[in-house]
Design a protein around this ligand. Structure first.
Ligand code: M6R
Length: 605
């Protein structure tokens, strides 16, 4: 997490640094800071809280300087306060850092024994002091290089130097870092998104690489400090998402964009003329895949879990799913007939990127399902299937989840057709049904006023449960994740059939229990599980797609979503749960787009 920006220019940089930091806040928002070089001094300003607080400070006391760095923080070492905010500066050097220095305690001890004093509780300050020490003997690039050799862990760094006032040095190990180019101005940034308002010409540092940039020049070096050339990418012009329009916040906008997100994604992948899925560029033979392993974190993991049900239902391929932070440390049996699919909105999630790296090292076939096509995960995988959702700004993932589900479903259909696991008539029918999805999403979104009423009932709750069976179980997990993430209310997602093996003990009078009950092969069983909860006092919110009224009068709320097809029910049933989490959080006055303690892009493990 954490966002880095650096600008070397021929004009003052502080305003552009602040503007970029605002864009980077999705990576961390517990404190912010800036350092510029002016009048032969490092001019550092920082604060706890949001970038707008930093902006106020700069408004009162502006920072001059045509070279500078900025940072938004998601705390790892040390509480989020002004002292621990980045940059961390000595008299000679100022550093912004994304990542974790694992041997910082050891390095701190060594530096303290040499008389250095630390101001903060962060791991980053060791970098500042090591570079400061090396600068007594070496030029900046060599000083940074020697410092990097001492560091264990992951980092993206931006460093400026009091006595070399025209340069910024960047370095990357593990955490992403990009360089942007413009006329008389060059940039360093955590990602292309932060730089997009200034340039669309971007290079990406690979692991172990360094760069040194000034307003007119950028040089890159490999991990042996040998000069290298880097490819310049022209990044796509995404729709302007920094504008919420009439929406109260980004999450709300993103929930309501889902019908057009689905339409766009379907148009990208479905060839309406040929009535076929236009995925042709398989870098492997689909008939020779024995097993698919789907890997992701958080919401992206939930889309893997839904996809497992689809692959099992529609293909003859064996499927496994894994949480990236678990996968990367397991003792794994690799097989050349496996296909590893990495699912990630940002494409920068550290655990997912590390899991991908392990597969690459073992020469496995890799595919990524990502939103950000210029991301690390996309660039490092053999094959990329973009979800075409457009930038997602709200920390809680909504339209990207929908996009991930759609692409995984489409891939599953295509593989099953190539492998002849599905009858042609069923394949055609599934494609036709899929085309009706955007309209069904629109209809589902119309249930908002009912959901607002439901949300009132969660205000006094001490906790909540989300239940589903089969393909609705991952949606129960996703509904619970959304609610806890946004409203800070404890929520547990459970397979309804597991309740009597323990969690039923949690049910008490009035506990809200959301039951996800599409009319599929589990429906009657889910209904029985619902009765067991009612019998123990649970307050039931029953979400279904059947038209018939239910006999039980003890259901507090019944919400109906449109019926399309059992396979697509996870997509439609997710929408009321997103809206529920949103409205509970709104009633509780929570920060919807930036929930406490979180960040949009989780670039530390
Ligand atoms: O960018 P990614 O899709 O890799 O992110 C994975 C998770 O961090 C993310 O889905 C997280 O769980 C969301 N905040 C949930 O809404």
């Amino acid at each position: 997490m954490c966002g880095i920006i650096g600008i070397a220019s021929n004009k003052p940089v502080s305003i552009n640094i602040i503007n970029s930091l605002k864009k980077l806040e999705y990576r961390g928002y517990d404190s912010a800071g800036i350092a510029t070089l002016a009048n032969n001094l490092i001019n550092e300003k920082k604060c706890s809280g949001r970038v707008k607080e930093l902006e106020k400070i700069l408004f009162k006391t502006p920072s001059d300087g045509i070279v500078g760095i900025g940072h938004v923080r998601w705390a790892t070492h040390g509480i989020p306060n002004t002292i621990n905010a980045h940059p961390h500066s000595s008299d000679d050097v100022s550093v912004v850092h994304n990542g974790i220095i694992e041997n910082s305690d050891e390095l701190k001890e060594q530096l303290e024994s040499k008389g250095f004093r630390f101001k903060s509780e962060t791991d980053t300050e060791v970098i500042t002091l090591l570079v400061t020490e090396y600068l007594k003997q070496f030029e900046p690039l060599e000083s940074v290089f020697k410092t990097l050799k001492k560091l264990k862990g992951s980092f993206a760094l931006g460093i400026i130097f009091k006595n070399y006032s025209d340069i910024i040095i960047g370095a990357r190990r593990g955490s992403p870092l990009a360089v942007g180019y413009s006329n008389q101005e060059n940039y360093l940034g955590s990602d292309s998104y932060a730089l997009k308002s200034m340039t669309n010409k971007i290079s990406y540092l690979d692991d172990g690489e360094l760069c040194i940039l000034s307003k007119n020049n950028v040089d890159f070096f490999d991990l042996n400090l040998k000069k290298i050339n880097k490819k310049i990418h022209t990044v796509s012009d995404e729709e302007n998402t920094s504008n919420k329009g009439d929406y109260k916040n980004f999450m709300y906008k993103e929930i309501f964009e889902q019908s057009s997100t689905a339409k766009k994604c379907i148009n990208e992948y479905i060839d309406s003329l040929k009535k076929d899925i236009n995925i042709y560029n398989f870098p492997f033979d689909p008939n020779k895949i024995n097993k698919i392993i789907l890997i992701g974190c958080g919401t992206a993991f939930h889309s893997c879990l839904v996809a497992k049900y689809w692959f099992e239902e529609l293909t003859s391929i064996d499927v496994e799913i894994d949480i990236a932070s678990e996968f990367r440390y397991r003792t794994l049996k690799f097989n050349s007939k496996n296909l590893y699919i990495f699912v990630s909105q940002s494409g920068e999630t550290a655990d997912t990127a590390a899991a991908l790296e392990i597969c690459r090292e073992n020469k496995m076939k890799t595919c990524s399902v990502v939103n950000v096509v210029e991301s690390t995960i996309a660039r490092n995988s053999d094959w990329v299937l973009p979800i075409h959702a457009g930038p997602e700004i709200g920390v809680a993932s909504t339209k990207a989840f929908l996009g991930q589900l759609l692409v995984l479903y489409i891939l599953c259909l295509k593989l099953s057709s190539i492998r002849k696991d599905i009858l042609k008539k069923d394949y055609d029918k599934n494609i036709e049904t899929l085309k009706k999805l955007p309209e069904a999403i629109k209809k589902t979104l119309k249930s908002e006023s009912d959901i607002q009423l439901m949300a009132q009932e969660f205000l006094k709750a001490r906790g909540s449960m989300f239940l589903g069976r089969g393909i609705s179980f991952p949606i129960a997990l996703e509904g619970a994740l959304k609610l806890k993430e946004l409203s800070y209310l404890h929520a547990e997602g459970y397979p309804a059939g597991e309740m009597k093996h323990g969690p039923l003990a949690l049910i008490e009078e009035g506990l809200p229990v959301i039951v996800i009950a599409p009319k599929d092969k589990y429906f009657e069983k889910t209904l029985s599980n619902t009765q067991e909860v009612i019998a123990r006092g649970g307050k039931i919110f029953f979400i279904t797609d059947i038209k018939k009224r239910l006999m039980s009068t003890n259901i507090r709320f019944r919400l109906r979503v449109p019926f399309l097809d059992n396979l697509l029910s996870p997509i439609l049933f997710t929408i009321p749960l997103q809206l529920l989490a949103y409205h509970v959080a709104l009633l509780k006055n929570c920060d919807i787009d930036k929930p406490r303690n979180l960040a949009k892009s989780v670039t530390v493990e």
